[in-house]
Design a binder for this molecule. Structure first.
Ligand code: HEC
Ligand code: HEC
Length: 306
């Protein structure tokens, strides 16, 4: 994935951590990766749609604790590698809006980064992306309560077992959320209500409030073909019990709303999802099963939240 010998991993992780939390990389001096990927919120932000310095973005901030489970990044999968992904928020006008000079200054002020640059003999931007990517891989979830169950060291309650059977059986969830990652790394239109949103604000001093209304076509913005319109990458369900609001647009506030959505077969007939007609008990069991997919580091917090 990068040109560093494996022995540099821990140095890279440490340097990546400093970069992840450093607002000096941003044009405003106020924003870091951690502003939106907040450690105490499981590395997301809890907002429906992300809040930048000047505007609300039109997508929900995903938790980055799942990066090891993905083969492409962003809700539309537009980056193929984590290193390439990092350059997005780092340089985007909507996020840090960093530039060569800011990146240079940050490297100059950090002895370890200066040294790492001599090792990789790469560009400043590459070093920063490599280090931040290594940091994200390092903090990512390694084991969920479900994994502990699979290796035989956790016993399911009656309700959890019912929820598991529904998830794998009647619910049909594993078609797109198969274990162990609980994502098929593919793109689907699941039938969310199609909302017109502001997709672009035009910077024009003559008419300051000009904006473009439209739909977020998701994968359809990246790859042609009718199948890709309104399709989004299946999110891993690891830790999802802890990371509301849900979906690319943050349109569901609670897991109960997500389960109700699948129960009624979605809100748009183009999805092909069928209504499930879950009983009230079945919905509760399914939710209990999703609680098992949290990182063991956070499992106590789920129990306290219930
Ligand atoms: C203003 C809030 C904000 C800031 C600052 C921000 N992000 Fe994000 N991040 C988001 C949003 C929103 C998305 C989803 C965007 C999309 O899918 O188009 C995202 C997506 C990601 C993803 C993809 C996760 C996935 O499931 O595919 C990663 C990784 C990530 N950000 C890392 C970073 C890093 C590293 C930084 C700092 C350089 C950063 N973010 C700064 C809001 C933010
Ligand atoms: C046809 C594929 C498919 C099936 C079947 C499916 N999902 Fe999903 N799921 C997705 C996709 C794609 C998204 C993201 C959609 C979006 O944001 O536009 C998603 C989103 C979610 C989310 C939100 C996660 C987050 O972090 O925002 C949860 C929770 C979820 N699904 C649970 C389930 C459950 C439970 C079932 C079974 C009842 C199920 N899914 C069946 C594809 C599927």
């Amino acid at each position: 994935m990068n040109s560093f010998p494996a022995s540099y991993k821990s140095e890279l992780v440490k340097a990546g951590s400093r970069l992840f939390f450093n607002p000096a990389l941003s044009e405003s001096g106020e924003l870091s990766c951690a502003s939106c990927h907040v450690p105490s919120k499981y590395y997301q932000d809890g907002y429906e749609q992300a809040l930048s310095i000047k505007r609300v973005l039109h997508r929900n901030t995903p938790s980055i604790l799942n990066v090891n489970y993905y083969r492409s990044y962003f809700w539309d999968g537009r980056s193929d590698t984590l290193e390439e992904q990092v350059e997005g928020p780092l340089l985007s006008i909507n996020e840090l809006h960093s530039n060569e000079q800011l990146i240079r200054n940050v490297i100059e002020s950090d002895e370890a980064l200066k040294f790492l640059l001599t090792v990789c003999k790469c560009k400043d931007l590459s070093l920063v992306s490599i280090a931040i990517a290594e940091y994200m891989r390092d903090i990512a979830t390694k084991e969920s309560v479900y994994d502990v169950y699979v290796r035989g060291d956790y016993e399911l309650s009656e309700e959890e077992r019912k929820g598991k059977d529904l998830f794998f059986g009647k619910g049909g969830c594993t078609e797109c959320h198969p274990p162990p990652s609980f994502t098929d790394n593919n793109f689907h239109r699941i039938g969310l209500y199609k909302r017109k949103i502001i997709i672009e604000t035009i910077a024009d001093p003559e008419t300051p409030n000009r904006y473009v209304l439209g739909y977020d076509y998701g994968r359809g913005n990246i790859v042609g073909g009718a199948n890709n319109l309104l399709a989004f990458r299946t999110p891993s369900l690891i830790n999802s019990a802890l990371t509301p609001p849900y979906m690319h647009d943050g349109s569901f506030t609670t897991m109960n709303q997500v389960i109700d959505f699948y129960d009624r077969g979605g809100d748009d007939s183009a999805s092909g999802l069928e209504a499930k007609n879950f009983t009230r008990d079945e919905k509760m069991s399914l939710k209990k099963f999703l609680d098992l997919l949290v990182d063991v580091r956070y499992s106590k917090e789920v129990q306290n939240g219930n």
